[in-house]
Design a protein around this ligand. Sequence first.
Ligand SMILES: [Ca+2]
Ligand SMILES: [Ca+2]
Ligand SMILES: [Ca+2]
Length: 303
Amino acid sequence: MKNQILKVTVAGLLWIGMLPATAQTIPVSSVASVTPTNVILDVYADTDDIPLRGFSFKVNFDPGELTFTSGGRYDGLWFLRGENSVSYAYTDVTQPNPDEVRVVGGRLDGDHPGEGVAGSQLILATLVFKRLNGSDPEMELSFGSPPPFVNFAAANGESLDSAVEFQKVEVQSAPEDSDKDGLPDQYELDTYDDLVTSDGSSDTDGDGDSDLDEWLRGTDPTDPNSKFVIQIVLQPDGSKVVLWTGSFNRVYDLEWSPNLQGFTPIATGVPGLAPLLERLDELNNGDPNGFYRVKTKFPTAGR
Ligand SMILES: [Ca+2]
Ligand SMILES: [Ca+2]
Ligand SMILES: [Ca+2]
């Protein structure tokens, strides 16, 4: 499996081809959502007419200001299709240097190499950083690899690098909360039409979760069927898979404790990129007893 990924990746990204005939530009933009403790960076590409098959970019930042926590994209847009047409999510994130995160991804398919994705605001990756000080983060996007590597490849393998234009990273500060109830103003206006209907402690839809908890977890406070769940699925080999409700623009930590006296992290900074998130607990296979908890971190503006 590992070898297979490497083989197809190299085939996809080492291809050196001619420029496409169309003189289109491909803006690569990004939004850094800043909260008191973290920064969530979403990176997008606009490729309306040219299907994009593979990409490689890097993000540079000040390691005195930010620590890279996690990254990826798990929504099926970027995948690697191997033998028997089985697809694997394919957005590979590495940190070769303290001040640099590199992302390689694409829609790579050994059987049908002509496939690609076209569209506006195609999300390439979501990266999560921990903030180390109070300043607004300075981040910069550029190509992941130097020539002669192709960084952005069209469906037919041609290089799109000359068309790619990296935009300045747009920094979005933490949202306003004028009544200090934990719910951002814009979120309250969008959900309740005013700032007074909910003070956070109310449970508008009566599902047992407070409005504030629903905001933090990213569920709908006006729909009793939208509620955070966590579930453990025992595997035949005794290991456990933990599943929990995911929500876009939320980030989760999964932790375990044998006795509720102190929790050990199993996965930190898991982006809420799917309605149901899952992680295999590789640490506690031998221990049949214990407790799991999921912490939701740093929700940003209600978007
Ligand atoms: Ca508020
Ligand atoms: Ca509720
Ligand atoms: Ca609800």
